[in-house]
Design a protein around this ligand. Structure first.
Ligand code: SF4
Ligand code: SF3
Length: 551
C-alpha cells in the first residue's frame, strides 16, 4: 500500500512491534521499501552465485561479496536515510544479478526463480516493486523470525567485514557463508531446526569476523593501551569524527596534521584514542560528547564539521545550525549531507572538510576532565596476574559484561542505575556505545583495577569473549559459564544482534538482554532462546542485581 512500510529490525521500533508509516529513527517509507528491494536483490544474487559455484563456473566473487556486505551495511539502522543512494545500490545489484543470470544461461544452467519480482520495468517503477518484497512476505511468524534474525546477524557481520576489508583483511570462509546463508533462506525449504542451526552458524561466523577485524585493527594500529582520554576542548577549530571506521580516522589524522585543525572523536569512535598509532598525532585532542542519540545538541555546540564513517545518524531537527557541516562516507548517507567517496585505491580526500573547519569557531566546551579506557584483550591479559589474584582473594566477586548499544528511550536509565547499584566488588566489562550510560560515573577501582573496563567499540565485544576464554583457561574450568562473569547486554541495532549470536555460539548462557526483547523474535523463537540459552529480558534493577550477582 502507498506510503506504508514495515521494519522491526531495531530496539526502538514503533510500539515494540514495527514501524509502518515512518521509522522512529526517521527513515521514510519510500527509503525503507527501497532497502527491502535491495535486500531482495542481494538474495537473488546469492541464489545465482550458489548455482554457479556448485557448477564450478567462475565469476567475480570479490566484487559480489563486497557489493553484498556494503549494501547490507547501508541498511543498518541509522546508517543511511538517502533514498537515491539506496536506489543506486539497487541498480548496481541488479546489474550483477543480470550478469550472473547471463552466465547461468550461457552454461545452460536453470535459473531458480527465487523471488517474484518483475524487473522488466523502468527505474521509476522500482517503488512499486519495493512495496512487494518486504519482511511480511514470509507469512509464517516463526520462519520469518528466524530468517530475519539471520539477516540482521548478517547485516552486523557485514559491517565488521567491511571495516576489515578496508584495511586489506578478508576471510573467504565468512564471505562464502554470507552468500550461502542468504541463498539458503531464500530458496531452501528449511525447517525450524535447520533455521536455528543457521542462526548459530551466523553467530560462529560473527566470531570469525570480529576476530578478523580485531586482527586488522591491531596489526595496523597497534594493541589498544590503557589511556586517559581528554573530554575538554582546545583552542583550534576542530573536526568531529563519528562511527566505527579506523581507516577513515587514520586518513583524517594524516590529512589534518599541520593544518591548524584539531580532531575529536565522537560516540563509537572514542576507542580510536586507545590505539598507539593514533596517539602520536598532537592535534588529536580527545573525545567530544556522548552516545549517538545526543548528537543534535552536541553537534550544534561543536561548531566545526562532522564526519560520519558509519551509523548512527540522527536526522537533524528543522533549523539545526549544523546541517551544512555534516559529511558522510562509506555506507552512510542523508539527503542534503555531502558525501566523500573513496578513489579506486580506497583513498579519500578530506580537503573540503578541512577547508570548512578552518572557517569555523573552535568547539564549545561541554565537558572537562578525562575518562579511562583501552582494556582490550591484549592489555587486560597483561594485567592477568593481578586480576586472577583479585578474583582468588575475593576482592573481585564478579565481572559484569554490559556491552552493546545505547539508545534514546528513557528506560535506558536502567543501565546507569544498574551500574550504580552493583556491589563494590564487581567490575563492569564493556564495549560499544552502551558504555556512555556509566563510563563517566565515579565507580572507583579495586586494587587499582578500574571498575569499568572499556574494551572499545561494539566489535571489540570479541575482546571481552577472548578475556573470558583466557580466564576460563587460567582457572582451569571446563565451561565458560562457570566463570564469575555475568552478561547484561543492551541492544539497539543489528551489530548488537551479531554480537549476541556470537556469544551464543561460544556457549555463553543466561544472558540478560534489554531494554526490551527484539520485536522480530516470535514468542516461539523466544521460547527456544530461553530453553536452550537461558536468555532473559531484564527486569527491575534490584531484582536483576539479585539474580545476576547475589547467586
Ligand atoms: Fe523503525 Fe528501527 Fe526500522 Fe528505523 S530501523 S524503521 S526505528 S524498526
Ligand atoms: Fe552504537 Fe549506533 Fe550500536 Fe557500535 S553507534 S554500538 S548503536
Amino acid at each position: 500500500m502507498d506510503g506504508q512500510m514495515f521494519c522491526f529490525q531495531c530496539q526502538e521500533t514503533a510500539m515494540g512491534k514495527g514501524c509502518i508509516l515512518k521509522g522512529v529513527c526517521g527513515k521514510d517509507a519510500r527509503t525503507a521499501n527501497m532497502m527491502d528491494l535491495l535486500i531482495c536483490t542481494l538474495k537473488g544474487i546469492s541464489v545465482c552465485a550458489m548455482q554457479l559455484s556448485q557448477e564450478n563456473v567462475s565469476y567475480d566473487r570479490t566484487r559480489l561479496v563486497r557489493l553484498i556486505t556494503e549494501s547490507f551495511f547501508s541498511t543498518i539502522t541509522n546508517a543511511n536515510f538517502d533514498y537515491e543512494s539506496i536506489k543506486k545500490r539497487v541498480n548496481e545489484a541488479k546489474k550483477i544479478r543480470d550478469e550472473l543470470k547471463m552466465l547461468l544461461k550461457t552454461h545452460n544452467l536453470p535459473c531458480k526463480e527465487c523471488i517474484e519480482v518483475n524487473w522488466d520495468v523502468a527505474e521509476n517503477e522500482y517503488d512499486t516493486l519495493a512495496g512487494q518484497v518486504g519482511v511480511l512476505k514470509e507469512e509464517d511468524e516463526d520462519v520469518r523470525s528466524l530468517k530475519e534474525l539471520t539477516v540482521y546477524g548478517l547485516k552486523g557481520l557485514s559491517a565488521y567485514a567491511e571495516h576489515a576489508a578496508r584495511l586489506g583483511y578478508t576471510d573467504s570462509t565468512v564471505d562464502d557463508f554470507v552468500v550461502k546463508a542468504l541463498s539458503d533462506i531464500t530458496v531452501e525449504n528449511l525447517n525450524s531446526d535447520e533455521l536455528v542451526s543457521l542462526v548459530l552458524q551466523t553467530g560462529r561466523n560473527g566470531v570469525s569476523v570480529m576476530a578478523l577485524l580485531d586482527k586488522a585493527n591491531t596489526e595496523t594500529y597497534g594493541n589498544p593501551e590503557i589511556t586517559e582520554v581528554n573530554l575538554g576542548v582546545g583552542t583550534n577549530p576542530g573536526i568531529l569524527i563519528s562511527g566505527h571506521d579506523l581507516k577513515d580516522m587514520e586518513m583524517l589524522l594524516k590529512q589534518t596534521e599541520g593544518t591548524g585543525v584539531d580532531v575529536y572523536t565522537h560516540s563509537e569512535m572514542l576507542p580510536a584514542n586507545y590505539y598507539p598509532k593514533f596517539k602520536k598525532y598532537k592535534h588529536f585532542i580527545g573525545n567530544y560528547g556522548n552516545a549517538w542519540w545526543k548528537q543534535r545538541e552536541e553537534f550544534s555546540k561543536f561548531n566545526g564539521p562532522i564526519l560520519f564513517t558509519t551509523n548512527c545518524i540522527v536526522p537533524p531537527a528543522a533549523g539545526a545550525n549544523y546541517k551544512e557541516r555534516v559529511f558522510t562516507t562509506n555506507a552512510t548517507g542523508f539527503p542534503g549531507f555531502k558525501t566523500i567517496q573513496a578513489d579506486e585505491n580506497g583513498k579519500k580526500d578530506f580537503s573540503e572538510i578541512i577547508a570548512l573547519a578552518k572557517t569555523c569557531q573552535p568547539p564549545e566546551e561541554i565537558e572537562s576532565g578525562t575518562i579511562i579506557g583501552g582494556f582490550a584483550h591484549h592489555q587486560v591479559m597483561q594485567l592477568a596476574d593481578k586480576i586472577i589474584e583479585a578474583v582468588k582473594s575475593g576482592a573481585i566477586r564478579k565481572f559484569v559484561v554490559m556491552g552493546g548499544c545505547d539508545g534514546r528511550q528513557s528506560g535506558r536509565s536502567y543501565y546507569t542505575d544498574f551500574a550504580k547499584a552493583l556491589p563494590q566488588d564487581t567490575v563492569i566489562l564493556t564495549a560499544g556505545c552502551a558504555k556512555y550510560r556509566y563510563n563517566k560515573l565515579p565507580l572507583g577501582n579495586i586494587n587499582g583495577i578500574p571498575r569499568v573496563l572499556d574494551a572499545g567499540q561494539c566489535n571489540d565485544s570479541y575482546s571481552l569473549a577472548v578475556i573470558a576464554l583466557e580466564l576460563q583457561k587460567a582457572f582451569g574450568l571446563d565451561d565458560i559459564n562457570k566463570l564469575p562473569i555475568v552478561f547484561n547486554i543492551a541492544w539497539y541495532e543489528q551489530k548488537a544482534v551479531i554480537v549476541l549470536l556470537a556469544l551464543l555460539s561460544l556457549g555463553v548462557k543466561n544472558i540478560h538482554l534489554g531494554p526490551t526483547l527484539p520485536a522480530f523474535l516470535s514468542p516461539n523463537v523466544v521460547d527456544v532462546l530461553v530453553k536452550n540459552f537461558g536468555i532473559a529480558p531484564n527486569g527491575e534493577v534490584e531484582e536483576d542485581i539479585e539474580k545476576l550477582i547475589m547467586v
